[in-house]
Design a protein around this ligand. Structure first.
Ligand code: ATP
Ligand code: MG
Length: 138
């Protein structure tokens, strides 16, 4: 069993598609083992996206991520890191496969509805960034 961090970004929450995103996870056999809604501070967003701090879009990305509430979830399942990435689709919705969350709902390369950890090491860091072990109920 593997775990990954999923975020519904401010645009996804604003579009009122929290349930739609979760439904796709559950339909794929993925379990939600922790969940909370929160509003990131600028510092918290910068810490979360620290790997991107040299990128030209860092400032815009962290401002977007603090522009409204988000939903953070820990997902659990076999091969869930890759499975979640597949359900999400490519970063740029224009390149995302049909039937993926980003293809169906994203409107912008930055405002792309969801985040998902991309490797076991980033998943471990990102899960611990949002949740204590007591908040994760498998
Ligand atoms: P995420 O990490 O959010 O799951 P990802 O792994 O598909 O998405 P990354 O390359 O890690 O994409 O980029 C992190 C986020 O930064 C993207 O999801 C998007 O919101 C934003 N981003 C990425 N590339 C660009 C870009 N060229 N211009 C603007 N924003 C971008
Ligand atoms: Mg990423």
């Amino acid at each position: 069993m593997e775990r990954t961090l999923s975020l519904i970004k401010p645009d996804g929450v604003a579009k009122n598609i929290i349930g739609e995103v979760i439904k796709r996870f559950e339909t794929a056999g993925i379990k939600v083992v922790a969940m909370k809604k929160l509003h990131l501070s600028q510092k918290q967003a910068e810490g979360f996206y620290a790997v991107h701090k040299e990128r030209p879009f860092f400032k815009s990305l962290t401002e977007f991520m603090t522009s409204g509430p988000i939903v953070a979830m820990v997902l659990e399942g076999e091969d869930v890191i890759a499975k979640n990435r597949k359900l999400m689709g490519a970063t740029n919705f224009k390149n995302a496969e049909e039937g993926t969350i980003r293809r169906d709902y994203a409107t912008d390369i930055e405002k792309n509805v969801v985040h998902g950890s991309d490797a076991p090491e980033t998943a471990a860091f990102e899960i611990a960034y949002f949740f204590s072990t007591m908040e994760i109920v498998g």
